[in-house]
Design a protein around this ligand. Structure first.
Ligand SMILES: [Zn+2]
Length: 314
């Protein structure tokens, strides 16, 4: 059942966070849906601009609709990750997406408001909801690069949400995109979240760039021929603390890529005579499902599926 992120956030607010997972292909789709159904979690499928152009945007939309048929018990949102205005409008018209993110955070405040508001008006008219962003995350997100964190200002967040009427807000509190998130003992700025929650009580907040980059996963990749050095991520034990402060959506992309990389490197290292893509694919799908189920436990979303479905059917 495809629902909006807003409907999922209403159920989760203050209690747990919904996992938002980026996918690009068939094997990820199968693993993602299996992992969420098995751990009984509502979830968000994130499709980025890069994912839409990797094969074809219509291919991904068809995957979502078919997955909905194959897994009738799944409750999920189909969400555009980091869209520009043009891509958001395309998703609004697609008939498949239930939620879009307009990321105009690299523009100055008033221009960000102006662009976000146009997308909100178009999306709401068709029953979709909108995530917007204020502040800049350090790291690379497809074609946008930020050298330093620009933390979200709580006063600006309140003003921005009131001006744009967006449905959720991605905040910059020290997470970053990619596999190299922290140097030294940098911490997440929960004090900023607290201030934003005071000004916007009950309003859903989003944490991007929240992969954990497990050292064990990096070690296995490197032992199987990889060369990933100095990678680090977000401590997953902080997810529930963030959820209490109004974070209802936590984005996880890098960790899923690491699972893919580890499975494929180890498979071909251990089976140098094989060349069938289904060999590693058969290992990857259940491994990805297991990864998703474990994340959902850390996010607190595992086990909530039946209650969410019942609430949404009323
Ligand atoms: Zn992001």
């Amino acid at each position: 059942m495809i629902v909006t992120t807003k409907e999922l956030f209403q159920q989760a607010y203050g209690k747990y966070a919904i996992g938002a997972y980026n996918i690009n292909n068939l094997e990820q789709t199968m693993g993602l849906f299996k992992g969420n159904v098995e751990s009984k979690a509502p979830f968000i499928v994130q499709l980025s601009k890069g994912a839409r152009s990797y094969t074809h945007k219509r291919m991904l939309e068809a995957l979502m609709q078919t997955a909905d048929e194959i897994f009738p018990e799944a409750v999920f949102a189909v969400h555009l990750d980091h869209g520009d205005e043009e891509t958001c409008m395309d998703c609004v018209d697609s008939g498949v997406y239930s939620s879009v993110m307009i990321d105009a955070s690299h523009y100055e405040l008033e221009k960000n408001i102006e662009i976000t508001k146009r997308v909100v008006d178009a999306a709401h008219a068709k029953g979709l909801v909108v995530e917007a962003e204020l502040g800049l995350l350090k790291g690379v997100e497809e074609d946008v690069v930020a050298a330093e964190h620009v933390y979200t200002q709580p006063d600006e967040a309140e003003y921005f949400v009131k001006q744009t009427n967006c449905d959720s807000l991605a905040c910059a509190i020290g997470t970053s995109h990619g596999a190299f998130k922290f140097s030294g003992d940098q911490k997440l700025r929960f004090d900023i979240l607290e201030e934003i929650q005071k000004r916007l009580p009950g309003f859903p907040l989003v944490m991007h760039g929240s992969s954990s980059v497990p050292p064990e996963e990096v070690r296995r990749i490197n032992e199987a021929g990889g060369d990933i050095k100095g990678a680090s991520g977000v401590d997953a034990s902080q997810f529930l603390g963030a959820a209490k402060l109004g974070v209802t959506k936590i984005n996880i992309d890098t960790d899923g890529r690491l699972v893919w990389c580890r499975v494929h490197r180890e498979f071909f290292r251990d089976h140098p005579d094989q060349f069938d893509l289904r060999g590693p694919g058969k290992v990857f799908m259940p491994e990805y499902a297991k990864f998703i189920a474990e994340k959902n436990v850390l996010l607190g979303s595992a086990g909530h599926l039946d209650e969410v479905r019942t609430a949404l059917k009323k």
